[in-house]
Each structure stands twice: as structure tokens, then as C-alpha cells.
Design a protein around this ligand. Structure first.
Ligand code: GLC
Ligand code: GLC
Length: 642
């Protein structure tokens, strides 16, 4: 079959039925151009996913109708922004970019109140704000909002959709991109589709994976992993109303959507474009690895999952082309990389960097970090990493066993060690983390805890040990020094700029106490914010230290759109990389992951410059008179040559 030709014919037939008339005259041509340009890829993606469906043409026509409809709903202001984004498609690669993720009700009272916090974000230099899920979700446990009852309504305790749109406009004015969650692997079990399914409506039962008995679930369970083994064993939940087993990868109240049904794809495209039309710049694709199920496989990162995401993206390119996708694939690094493409997800969390930074702090060695990133950091120049150290979730040790094996490290044993270390069970550990979802069968476990508690601040304060406090602060700076310089969007997590400790109050909450991730979702209080204003407090030192690094980052283009080269130094305790901007700036970053002095041969620095400027110390180094450069405990250097 000649795809190009067939897709043209298909679109021509569709356009005989679907009118573009409702679209403003001035917009019509641009829309039509994009439709003609991207329909062929959408056509091909849909054809590959739904090859067995006799009624595909029907779905394609309905899909185009939906795109027209949603484009009509898109405001003029957003259409102008689309144009701006298309004219500058690499806008997110700028050194000005700095992200923060936060829960509306943990940094403010509600959406209206959040507007009053804009100056706070601006002062820190934030240009990208991820508001954790804020949609209507079930009362009580709702997985921190990741169980969505209605994508088109804001959770009543946070405000209204109108207020969210206002906030989006205000953020835009303040130079901040809004990032919203696109929770499309599952809905809450009280979403209208799930309610209809529960009432026996077969059309909607086909929106989910529902089985009359355990036969098929048992077959699937042979090859899939359990995500929340402490919630319930396996990945299926028995539903009393229908007497059926429902696929629930995460919590039992989060029902996985059945994308083998094209009506589900269309339905979710509608919700996606609704979210895009609120005025967000980035959609975070939650749990995207899980959207396609294939018997006999892990049911993660299946080829059709990629095709579906590309198809969602094609729809975006036609109807809301300024919006980007960010991949939330917290899986094996090979799989993480597969989602990163200009036609799939332009942005991706970097869980490997995250995990290996923590690994290096624990082991005081940078071998695995260097080895892994040396061949895994590079991605398409049209895309960007989102680099983070902590987020609202647990830490999983997602490095590759091959990379570890190459260095003589046994992956399984090493993960056990890291879990022991970060839950404070390992003798001499500085960390105060909490174990998460221990799997009695596999021994698998993940770790929760705030950044400050994991780097040792909690323990140091408990022991009233000023030297240990100082070390913990240094570790906080060190982690951020890498995030801010290695290339990509650095993403801070709410409260980390204030050295927020673990918040154990979740243990008193009936709906939260079983989910240790709440330990790293602290409420930001006025007391914490006031502490920043008092000289000498930990909060002040951390906040001002970070603010200084951020300010330096924003001054030099080399922190933005420039390739990164990971470097092997002669010292396994020092992590190093080099970046080169086309304007001639070169940056060499050296990071000492130990609480001891470390020396490295000057030859590594001379490669870059004989007299580099140390951006942190604000002085020029002269390498002419010595063989080695010494890094103080946990010291990092940002060395620039122009
Ligand atoms: C993502 C979220 C996590 C949530 C899960 C299910 O991994 O980050 O918080 O539990 O998806 O939606
Ligand atoms: C698993 C998933 C990841 C999710 C996490 C939530 O690790 O792979 O997507 O964020 O569980 O705990």
C-alpha cells in the first residue's frame, strides 16, 4: 500500500464530511496546512495500532472532527503562543530554564492563593512550573490526585477551571510555562466511564480491561511486574458490582484504560486537547510505559505504546502545536530513551541521573555514574532531559545491570545495599529514608524521603552535630550543582530549596498512612519561609546557595543549548563533564563526591583552558605552576573558558 497516497485519499474523503467553516477565516489556512502535513503520520500510526479494526475510517473521521472542534475552542492568545513556539522550537533548551514541581495545596491554599506566590517563584528564577494533578478525584485516597474522576473539573478544594485558566494567563505573563499532568493510563473508578461500566454498560466496560474470571489475569500475571505489591498482590482488582476482575496497575481504584479500543483513544484525545486549551505549555505523560498490554510480555513500553504516544502527538501538532510532551518513564534506561524523540516526547525525566547521583553520594564513587552516562546521556538535539534529584515519588534504582556488571558490580546486590543505605539501616549511613513497596517475593524495594533527609540533614539535626549539618548542606549544593549544569531543564522539587525534612504527619492520616511517598510531600509553611530571612539558618544557607548557582547558570549560554561530554578523570571520586557552546564558551564541571579532599591531574583541565574562570569562586585559576588541582570535601567547580 502507498501510505502517502492512501492517507491523502482518506483525508479528502473525511474533508467531504467534516467542515472547517467554524474556524475563524484567518486561522483556517494554517490549520488546514497542519492537517495536511501531519495527517499522513497520524493515519499511519492509527493503521498500525488498529490494524484489525474494520471501522477505522469511522474513527479517523470522528478524530478529525474532534481536532477541528478543539481547535475552535482554543483561544486566540494560545494560538498566538503556538506561533511563537513554532518559530522558536528549541525554546526549552535555554539556560534561562528552571523548573519547579509543587502541589497547589502544599505551597498555597488554593489556585487563587497560588497567584500570590508568583513573585516567590520569579525571585528564585523559576520559568517552568509543574502543578501536581489538580483535577477532580475521589475523596480520601486518590493517589495524590493521580486518580482522575473528571479531567475537565478542578478539585473543588483547589478552586475552579476558570481560576486555573486565570492562573495560566498570569504565569504566562510572569514568564513561566505551566506544566500539567496528562494522566492517561487510567481513570479513577468513579470517572463517568467507570461508573457506566460498573452499571453494566458494555460499551464502557470495553473502555477498561474487565475479565469474568481469573483465567486471563493469571496468564498476564506470569510476565508483568507488581507496581504496588503492598496495596494488593498482582495487578487486578475484583469489582463487586460487575463481579469482574479489572486491570489496575497502580492502586485498586485506578482502572487502566483499554487502548486497544479506538474509542478510548479518541475519548482521551478530547481530554488531552481540553487540557492543552487551558493554557499549559507541557503535558506530563503519567505512567506512559503502561498504556499497551500484550500477553506474554512485561506489558511495559510495548511498540504500540510508542505508536499511541506518537499518535497523541500528531493530534497535538495539528490542534495545539505549541504544547510539548514530557515522558514520565521511570523504567530501565534503554526504555526511557525510546520515548525521547521530537515526534514522541520532546522532554523526559532523567531517572538514571537521579538514581546514580544518589548512588554516588552513598558509595562516594562516580564510576557507575560516569560509565552509564558516557553512553546514555546523549539524546536527540531536538529534545531535552528534565534533570531532578527528588520528586513526589519514591526512588527506584533504575540503572542497567550491564553497566554495573562492566564495573564488577552485581546489580541485584547493589540495589539491596542502596535500599539499606537510604533507609538508614546500613551502618554509618547519613540518610533517613523510608522503605516503599517492599516485595516479599522478589526482595525489591524503593525508597522515600525528602532530599534534605536523604542527604543527612535530619540525622545531623537530631544528633545536634554542626559538622554533619554542614556536610548535609554541602551534599544539597552538590546535587543541585549537577542538575543546574549538566544540560537540560533542572527541576527543583517544592521545599528542597528550603531544605524541608521528612514530614511524618502522613502517618496520622487514615488515607495516607499506607503510602510512604507522603513523607516527601511536605506542606511549605511560613516558618520555613521566614527562616530564609534569618542569617545563619540552614534554610537561609541552602536557599541563598541555590539562588547564587541559579544566577550564575542564567548568565552563560553554555549552560543552555550545548552538547555534554562525560569525562573519565584519574580519580574515581570525582565526576566530570564538559560542555561546549557554539558561541565559543566551554564549561568544565568537576564534582567531588566525598567528604575528603580529592586531587585530579591538571591535564584534564588544561584540555579546556590554561586559565579557566572558576564561576563559583569567581576567580581565575592558573594551572601553570602545579600538576594537580585539589577539590575540597564535596566541592564542585564550574570552570569556564571563553
Ligand atoms: C506516576 C506518578 C505516581 C502515580 C502513578 C500512577 O508514576 O508519578 O505518583 O502513583 O503514576 O498514576
Ligand atoms: C513505578 C513506575 C513509575 C511510578 C512509580 C510510582 O516505579 O514505574 O512509573 O512513578 O512506580 O511509585
Amino acid at each position: 500500500m502507498n501510505l502517502q497516497q492512501e492517507s491523502k485519499l482518506c483525508l479528502a474523503r473525511i474533508l467531504e464530511q467534516v467542515s472547517l467553516q467554524g474556524i475563524a477565516k484567518t486561522q483556517q489556512q494554517a490549520f488546514k496546512d497542519r492537517l495536511e502535513r501531519y495527517f499522513p503520520e497520524l493515519f499511519s500510526q492509527m493503521l498500525q495500532v488498529y490494524e484489525q479494526r474494520y471501522d477505522l475510517h469511522f474513527h479517523l473521521q470522528a478524530l478529525v472532527e474532534l481536532l477541528v472542534e478543539q481547535f475552535k475552542q482554543r483561544s486566540l492568545a494560545l494560538k498566538r503562543k503556538d506561533k511563537k513556539r513554532l518559530d522558536n522550537p528549541h525554546w526549552f533548551k535555554s539556560e534561562q530554564m528552571l523548573g519547579m514541581a509543587c502541589y497547589v495545596d502544599l505551597v498555597a491554599e488554593n489556585l487563587v492563593d497560588l497567584q500570590t506566590k508568583i513573585p516567590y517563584f520569579q525571585k528564585l528564577g523559576i520559568t517552568y512550573l509543574h502543578l501536581m494533578p489538580l483535577y477532580k478525584s475521589p475523596e480520601g485516597d486518590n493517589d495524590g490526585g493521580y486518580a482522575v474522576s473528571d479531567y475537565r473539573q478542578v478539585s473543588p478544594n483547589l478552586g475552579t477551571m476558570q481560576q486555573l485558566k486565570k492562573l495560566a494567563t498570569a504565569l504566562d505573563k510572569a514568564g513561566m510555562s505551566l506544566v500539567l499532568d496528562f494522566v492517561f493510563n487510567h481513570t479513577a473508578d468513579d470517572h463517568e466511564w467507570a461508573l457506566a461500566a460498573k452499571q453494566g454498560d458494555e460499551t464502557y466496560q470495553q473502555y477498561y480491561y474487565m475479565f469474568d474470571d481469573r483465567t486471563t489475569p493469571n496468564q498476564y500475571e506470569q510476565t508483568i511486574r507488581e507496581i504496588f505489591p503492598q496495596v494488593r498482590r498482582g495487578s487486578f482488582t475484583f469489582n463487586e458490582d460487575t463481579q469482574k476482575w479489572v486491570w489496575t496497575t497502580f492502586n485498586s481504584f485506578q482502572w487502566d484504560l483499554n487502548y486497544s479500543n479506538p474509542s478510548v483513544f479518541r475519548g482521551i484525545v478530547g481530554e488531552m486537547l481540553f487540557l492543552a486549551n487551558i493554557g499549559c505549555d507541557v503535558l506530563r505523560l503519567d505512567a506512559l510505559a503502561f498504556i499497551w498490554k500484550q500477553m506474554g510480555t512485561s506489558c511495559e513500553s510495548q511498540p504500540k505504546a510508542h505508536l499511541l504516544i506518537q499518535a497523541f502527538n500528531s493530534c497535538l501538532k495539528i490542534a495545539a502545536p505549541g504544547v510539548l510532551f514530557k515522558s514520565e518513564a521511570i523504567v530501565h534506561p534503554d526504555e526511557v530513551a525510546q520515548y525521547i524523540d521530537k515526534d514522541e516526547c520532546q522532554l523526559s525525566y532523567n531517572p538514571l541521573l537521579m538514581a546514580l547521583l544518589w548512588n554516588s553520594l552513598a558509595t562516594r564513587k562516580t564510576r557507575l555514574l560516569t560509565q552509564s552516562l558516557s553512553h546514555r546521556f546523549k539524546i536527540s538535539p531536538d529534545c531535552s532531559w528534565v534533570n531532578y534529584a527528588r520528586c513526589h515519588d519514591d526512588i527506584g534504582w533504575t540503572f542497567d545491570d550491564g553497566d554495573a556488571g562492566y564495573l564488577g558490580i552485581n546489580g541485584y546486590d547493589h540495589r539491596q545495599f542502596l535500599n539499606q543505605f537510604y533507609t538508614g539501616r546500613f551502618q554509618g549511613s547519613f540518610a533517613s529514608g523510608v522503605p516503599f513497596q517492599e516485595n516479599p517475593q522478589t526482595g525489591d524495594c524503593r525508597v522515600c524521603g525528602s532530599l534534605a533527609s536523604l542527604v543527612g540533614l535530619e540525622q545531623a539535626l537530631q544528633q545536634n552535630n554542626p559538622a554533619a549539618v554542614e556536610e548535609a548542606i554541602k551534599r544539597i549544593m552538590l546535587l543541585h550543582s549537577v542538575l543546574l549544569s549538566i544540560g537540560g531543564i533542572p527541576l527543583l522539587y517544592q521545599g528542597d530549596e528550603l531544605a524541608a525534612l521528612n514530614d511524618y504527619s502522613y502517618l496520622n492520616d487514615e488515607h495516607k498512612k499506607h503510602d510512604a511517598r507522603w513523607v516527601n510531600r511536605p506542606k511549605i509553611t511560613q516558618v520555613m519561609l521566614d527562616a530564609v530571612e534569618q542569617k545563619g539558618t540552614v534554610e537561609q544557607q541552602v536557599y541563598d546557595g541555590l539562588a547564587q548557582l541559579i544566577q550564575i547558570r542564567k548568565q552563560y549560554a553554555v549552560f543552555g543549548d550545548a552538547p555534554t561530554e562525560i569525562i573519565y578523570t584519574n580519580n574515581q571520586h570525582v565526576f566530570a563533564f564538559k560542555r561546549q557552546h557554539k558561541n565559543g564558551q566551554t564549561l568544565l564541571v568537576l564534582v567531588n563526591f566525598t567528604e575528603r579532599e580529592q586531587a585530579i591531574n591538571n591535564q584534564f583541565i588544561q584540555d579546556v583552558a590554561m586559565r579557566p574562570l572558576d564561576l563559583i569562586e569567581q576567580q581565575t585559576m592558573d594551572l601553570a605552576h602545579s600538576q594537580v588541582t585539589v577539590l575540597k570535601p564535596y566541592q564542585f567547580r564550574w570552570l569556564l573558558s571563553e
